[in-house]
Design a protein around this ligand. Sequence first.
Ligand code: ZN
Ligand code: FE
Length: 259
Amino acid sequence: MSTLTIVPVPILSDNYAWLLHDAASGTTSVVDPGEAEGVAAALKARGWRLSSILLTHHHGDHVAGAAELAAAAGGVPVIGPEKDRPRVPAITEGVAEGGRVRVGRAEAAVYEAPGHTAHHIVFHFAAEAALMAGDVLFSLGCGRPIEGTAAQLWRSIHRLRDMLPDETILCCGHEYTADNARFALSVDPDNAALKARAAEVAALRAAGKPTLPVRLGDERKANPFLRADDPALGARLGMAGADPADLFTHLREAKNKFR
Ligand code: ZN
Ligand code: FE
């Protein structure tokens, strides 16, 4: 039974901060406030007061608004990766693999998911079936391996894929879906689930709406980066029998070059 209202807030050029609101306790958290202004306006519009801030990784487009928002709310906790504390001074409570974070009556488990950055974490609200994925996983795509290898990112992603149920909604850090769809279709053009998702994404964007969150069960079928161990995709790419980490790395490098 979900206790949280979950709202994407578009900020900066293509980021989302996520508001998590538990009405019964009047608790509101924000995930990855890359700026203060847009998040403060979204809170004000709903009459919600900030209770805590959750950070997935140290990049400025995810943390830059944290200190100002925390101060404006009277010094609320800023919860982020313990290992990122040296480079994110705004963090007041460090968490790591196996940690737990409360938002009102809801509770998230913390998982480390390195690859995009060395110390990236994600927050999984099991009862709400929601994953705050940061820049690890996007709809029809995934993060760039900046402080890790693609193989490491694949391990992080496929662990989450295998651990979390289909109904899990992915709350990602960026609106990259339309771009990701173009690349995904270029490597997997006959995938019916992907074609359907691409059409849905085009319609949502044309209407000015977010393409997120998205169900993990749908992404499993459509996102090539979740299918690096699918023999059908391996055969399609001329890499039948390849190590899934190698296939994932190939996809990630092809995506970097794709225009
Ligand atoms: Zn990032
Ligand atoms: Fe980012």
